[in-house]
Ligand binder design. Structure first.
Ligand SMILES: [Zn+2]
Ligand SMILES: [Zn+2]
Ligand SMILES: [Zn+2]
Ligand SMILES: [Zn+2]
Length: 370
């Protein structure tokens, strides 16, 4: 994503709120869809610094007041005295329905980390042209986010009822993330415990949005084609598969056919894990394009084969760079034929869904291939 340019000529990066060279405030302009310098107006608003745009803007409430966002909203109305009247959250912040309790130490920083990773996810979906929207958008499956913590011990005694435990997951358009995942120590412990190559907030969002797109794009539309590639999601039922996975562990030869051990648990997890890999690939390639490392690739136009070739070349180099620093591999997956077949299903599904409204199911629209 990015980089973008300040009016002073300095580079801006997607999470910036200020230009480090000239000190100007910066924000995302929804009119020209770019990160831009914000020019203050006498009325207390802002104007987009992009010469081709100059849209009147307000900072998102979570930018102006909470400092956890860097997006703006279009100023559509002005009151008679010229003061801005929109008391509004940006399109992305509107999708968050529950935020962590900010009276608890550390939760503001965790909320910031969660919204930053969520913004990256939504920017990527926008870039790929994938449909999503909140309750007011008219989309068949409205998307929303809850960022919740496990129940706090009262009087020093933990009361761990099942409904006080927060599970990271997706249900009917709602993505819930346990705020503990925004804590790097907690996350690393879990990563080692679960023997995962990576465990990141970006990865959680990319996995859970995979479940969202299964329900939006696959359910009732192309389930037979899905089964042929990922397995039968109805047999065994999810709960049975979950118990079996935690008792017996993953299939022994999973590396040759699955993107992760967890993907072996159930076809829905297989799909979500592969969907997350597809988004990882698109995100890394896009960043590499903007950094001038990769050319001749367009994540919205290129074939899957072209994307895989570049991703693997980049992965070999990036892994060596990381190892030279003692870091874990950027690209841990080996993309076997079996995994490529699953990526092809997702690639076709993404291309099919791009820019569509998706209010009515379309039968068998995204057939699997390769
Ligand atoms: Zn600047
Ligand atoms: Zn603009
Ligand atoms: Zn916002
Ligand atoms: Zn899952």
């Amino acid at each position: 994503m990015g980089p973008f340019a300040c009016t002073c000529g300095n580079r801006l990066f997607i999470d910036n709120t200020q230009c480090v060279a000239c000190g100007a405030e910066v924000g995302w302009c929804p009119a020209c869809r770019t990160l831009t310098t914000l020019i203050p107006t006498p009325a207390g608003g802002w104007t987009c610094g992009n010469d081709a745009c100059h849209a009147p803007l307000l900072k998102c409430g979570n930018y102006a007041l909470e400092h956890i966002c860097n997006r703006c909203v279009l100023l559509v109305n002005e009151s008679p005295d010229g003061a801005p009247t929109a008391d509004t959250l940006c399109d992305y912040c509107q999708l968050t329905e529950v935020i962590p309790d900010l009276s608890i130490e550390g939760n503001r920083q965790r909320w910031y980390e969660l919204e930053t990773a969520k913004r990256r996810l939504l920017l990527l979906l926008d870039q790929l042209g994938l449909p999503y929207g909140g309750a007011a958008s008219g989309i068949a499956l409205p998307l929303s986010f809850d960022f919740k913590a496990d129940a706090i011990p009262a009087d020093g005694v933990w009361k761990m009822m099942s409904d006080e435990r927060v599970y990271t997951g997706h249900q009917d358009g709602k993505i819930t993330i346990n705020v503990r995942e925004a804590d790097v120590v907690e996350r690393e412990k879990l990563r080692v415990d679960l023997n995962e190559a990576h465990r990141t907030l970006c990865g959680h969002f990319r996995h859970e949005i995979g479940h969202y797109y299964w329900q939006l794009l696959v359910a009732g539309r192309c389930e037979p084609e899905f089964k042929a590639v990922f397995g039968d999601h109805e047999q065994p039922p999810y709960d049975e598969a979950l118990n079996r996975y935690y008792q017996n562990g993953p299939l022994p030869d999973w590396e040759t056919r699955f993107v992760s051990a967890y993907a072996t648990m159930h076809p829905w997890e297989n799909f979500a894990e592969t969907f997350a890999l597809y988004l990882d690939m698109a995100a890394v390639l896009d960043t590499a394009i903007h950094a001038g490392i990769v050319s001749n690739i367009d994540v919205r136009q290129s074939s899957l084969e072209e994307m895989i070739v570049e991703y693997q070349k980049l992965g070999v180099a990036a892994n060596e760079l990381n190892r030279s620093m003692g870091l874990t591999d950027l690209v841990p997956e080996v993309l076997s034929e079996g995994i490529r077949g699953k990526l092809a299903f997702i690639h076709n599904l993404v291309r099919f869904a791009t820019g569509r409204e998706l209010e009515q199911p379309v039968a068998s629209a995204a057939a699997a291939s390769g």
